[in-house]
Design a protein around this ligand. Structure first.
Ligand SMILES: Cc1cc2nc3c(=O)[nH]c(=O)nc-3n(C[C@H](O)[C@H](O)[C@H](O)COP(=O)(O)OP(=O)(O)OC[C@H]3O[C@@H](n4cnc5c(N)ncnc54)[C@H](O)[C@@H]3O)c2cc1C
Length: 387
C-alpha cells in the first residue's frame, strides 16, 4: 500500500524500517512464543532499542519526541508482519501519554525513561465487572488515610498485569465540596500488598493474558495519584484517544497480515484451470477487504494527526470512527482470508483460524462497536439517547 500522499518521508521510512524488523520475527516467532507460554521479550527489547516503543514519548525522557502517528505506524507494521505487540496499546500509548502530559516531575522521571526504552511496562485498568461499557459506573474508590491513599475495588479483563511493572488504575475520589465521585488515576506497582490478580481463561492465542483484579484497601503513597485530583476526566481522555488509535493500528495490521496470506495462497492454489484467485468470487472480497483496510487506515491517520496537533475533541470523534472502521475491516478481512484457504484456513499449520477470535477483540475493546455507534449518533448527529 502506498502511503506517500498522507505521510511524511520520515513516516514512510519508519514504516519500512519497522516492517523489516517485523519480517525478521514474523508470525512463526509469535506462535512459538505463545505455544511455549512465553512473552515476545526479544522482539519487545529489540523494538525498544531501535527507539520504536518510545517513539511518541518526550525526548528529554529518552523518547523519540514524536506522537501517536508514529507509534501507530510501529504497531500496524508489526501486526502486518504477524507479530503485533499488544502491550504497546497500553504501555507507551495510554500510560506513557498520560504520565507525559499530566504526571508530576517525579512520576515522569520514574516511569518515562523505562517506558521509552522498554525496560518498564505498564498495564491499564478501567473495566469493571458491573461497569463494562458504562465507565461512569465504576466503583473502585480511593480514600485518604493520612498522606496515603487506600484503593478498593475490582477490575476485569485487564491485559498484561502479570508482566507489567505497574497498572494504571482508574478509580474515583470523593469531591471534598460536593461529595460526588470523580475519576482519578493511580499507579499501582505489581507487588503492592492487597493487589491480587487471577488470570481469565480466554479463547485467545496471544502472549498477553487478561486478569481479574481485586484491590482490597491497597495502600498507596500520595504520589501514586497521577497528576491533579481535579483533572481526572481530562487526563483519562488524554489516554483513551491514543488507545483507540492504537487499537485501529492493531486491527489494520492484523487485517493486512490476513489478506496478504490469503493473496499468496490464492495465487498458487489451483483446482481448475487457473489459480483460485482468478475467480472473482475469491478475488473481489479480498479486494474489498484491502479497500476497507486502506480507508480505515486513512481515518486512523486523521485521528492521530488531530491528537498530535492537540485537538483532543476532534481527535475523540476521529479516533472512535477509526477504531470502528478498522475493527470492522479487520473482522471481515480475517473471515475472507480464512475462507480463501478452504480447509487449510482452519488448520493450525496455516495459522489463520486463531485470528478469527483475535480480530473480534478489536470489535469489543477498548470500546465496543455499539458504543461507538452510540457516540456518533449522539455527538456527531445530535440524535437523542436511549439510555
Ligand atoms: C482481549 C481483551 C483485552 C482487554 N484488555 C483490557 C485492558 O487492558 N484494560 C481494560 O480496562 N479493559 C480491557 N478489556 C475490556 C474491554 O474494554 C471491555 O470488554 C469492553 O469495554 C466491553 O465491556 P464488557 O465486556 O463489560 O461488555 P458490556 O458492557 O457488558 O456489553 C455487552 C454487549 O452489550 C453492548 N452494549 C452495552 N451497552 C450498550 C448500549 N448502551 N447500547 C448498545 N449496546 C450496548 C456492547 O456493545 C456489547 O456488545 C479487554 C477486553 C478483551 C476482550
Amino acid at each position: 500500500m502506498s502511503t506517500a500522499v498522507v505521510e511524511t518521508e520520515e513516516h514512510t521510512a519508519l514504516r519500512s524500517a519497522v516492517a523489516a524488523l517485523g519480517k525478521r520475527y514474523g508470525r512463526d516467532y509469535m506462535t512459538t512464543v505463545v505455544r511455549e507460554g512465553r512473552h515476545p521479550d526479544t522482539l519487545w527489547a529489540e523494538a525498544a532499542k531501535l527507539g520504536y516503543l518510545g517513539v511518541n514519548l518526550p525526548e528529554e525522557y529518552g523518547g523519540g519526541g514524536g506522537g501517536i502517528a508514529e507509534l501507530s505506524i510501529v504497531l500496524e507494521e508489526l501486526g502486518a508482519a504477524g507479530c503485533p505487540l499488544l502491550m504497546m496499546v497500553v504501555s507507551p500509548a495510554i500510560c506513557g501519554t498520560v504520565i507525559a502530559r499530566f504526571g508530576t516531575d517525579t512520576q515522569k522521571a520514574a516511569w518515562l525513561p523505562g517506558l521509552a526504552d522498554g525496560s518498564l511496562t505498564m498495564a491499564f485498568g478501567i473495566t469493571e465487572p458491573d461497569a463494562g461499557s458504562n465507565s461512569h459506573r465504576i466503583t473502585t474508590t480511593a480514600r485518604r488515610d493520612g498522606d496515603d491513599w487506600l484503593l478498593t475495588g475490582r477490575k476485569v479483563f485487564i491485559s498484561g498485569v502479570d508482566i507489567a511493572d505497574a497498572t494504571l488504575v482508574v478509580g474515583r475520589t470523593e469531591d471534598a465540596r460536593t461529595g460526588r465521585l470523580k475519576p482519578c488515576l493511580f499507579i499501582v506497582p505489581r507487588d503492592t500488598p492487597g493487589f491480587r490478580r487471577a488470570q481469565i481463561d480466554m479463547e485467545l492465542q496471544a502472549p498477553e493474558k487478561q486478569f481479574e483484579l481485586v484491590l482490597d484497601d491497597v495502600r498507596l503513597p500520595s504520589e501514586a495519584l497521577v497528576g491533579d485530583e481535579d483533572a481526572g476526566l481530562l487526563q483519562l481522555f488524554a489516554g483513551l484517544n491514543p488507545e483507540r488509535v492504537m487499537t485501529a493500528a492493531f486491527a489494520v495490521g492484523m487485517g493486512r497480515y490476513a489478506v496478504n496470506r490469503a493473496v499468496e495462497y490464492a495465487k498458487e492454489r489451483t483446482v481448475w484451470k487457473t489459480p483460485v484467485g482468478a475467480h472473482q468470487a475469491v478475488a473481489h472480497p479480498l479486494a474489498q477487504a484491502h479497500i476497507e483496510l486502506e480507508l480505515a487506515r486513512l481515518m486512523m491517520q486523521k485521528a492521530a494527526r488531530l491528537y498530535d496537533d492537540g485537538d483532543d475533541l476532534g481527535a475523540g470523534e476521529a479516533a472512535n470512527m477509526a477504531k470502528y472502521a478498522a475493527a470492522e475491516a479487520c473482522v471481515k478481512a480475517v473471515d475472507q482470508a480464512v475462507h480463501t484457504l478452504g480447509g487449510n484456513g482452519l488448520t493450525r499449520e496455516y495459522g489463520l483460524a486463531s485470528l478469527i477470535t483475535a480480530a473480534r477483540v478489536a470489535r469489543i475493546a477498548p470500546v465496543s462497536r455499539e458504543m461507538i455507534l452510540n457516540f456518533v449518533s449522539h455527538q456527531s448527529l445530535g440524535l437523542p439517547k436511549s439510555y
